[in-house]
Design a protein around this ligand. Sequence first.
Ligand code: SAM
Length: 262
Amino acid sequence: MLSYQHIYHAGNLADVQKHALLAEILSYLTQKDKPISYIETHAGRGLYHLDAPEAVKTGEAAAGIDRILGKGLLPVEHPLLQALASCQAAHGETAYPGSPLIAANLLRPQDSLHLAELHPGEHAALRQALPRGRAKVHLQDGFELAQSLAPPTPRRGLLLMDPSYEIKSDYSRIPGFISTLHRKWNVGILALWYPILKDGTHTSMLRALEHQNLPGALRHEVRFPPARAGHRMIGSGMFLVNTPYGTKAECTRLDKIFSSLK
Ligand code: SAM
């Protein structure tokens, strides 16, 4: 039974890194008229309110997106801020978009979205959060969904994998999964988020991923203080395959932003 709920962490510094890169890649992909496919294996509920008791309790959004916005560290034309503005216009000032809503905001009618969420409550909330008919929302294991869709139509596109790593076998399963997925969908951009953990639990997964020498592979990491004393996460990473042009510049921007927070 899954118990993770992203509302406790929505808008934290890990979300800022992941969502800024996601928004930038989607913005790049939508410069051409050609339609794209967007697939998400671990979608979450899509819409968060940062004044919810869970978010206030951890204070992670206050130390994350609120701090970034307060200091004016992202330029107003950044696609993440465009998605945030649309989300707030539709759902109120305290709204924060999860990755599915960022994608729904930045993609066009000709683009297709497939989202998997296995937790029944989060899945139901996700269906509610998205404009009717905008996305196919699957109450299904995201790994299975991705396998069954790859290669999607249209073939151009991006897959985001953002597990909660609640199931510890995710760490050992993911490298093989990404390799198989890449063989089936060799033009697809694959993006994996992972936590940087004090005890190094994530490192063998990274070594296995890097060992595969996948084309256009890029690893980007940012560090930040643990959210609470004793918290294991001390940073956040994205591992990309078929990294598009322009992503490195966004990584450089994020490096500067996170350095300025120290
Ligand atoms: N990507 C979201 C965002 O940035 O807004 C956050 C997703 S949250 C980190 C991970 C989600 O994956 C949780 O809602 C959890 O219920 C769901 N989940 C866990 N294992 C899954 C699986 N095998 N397939 C689909 N969803 C899963």
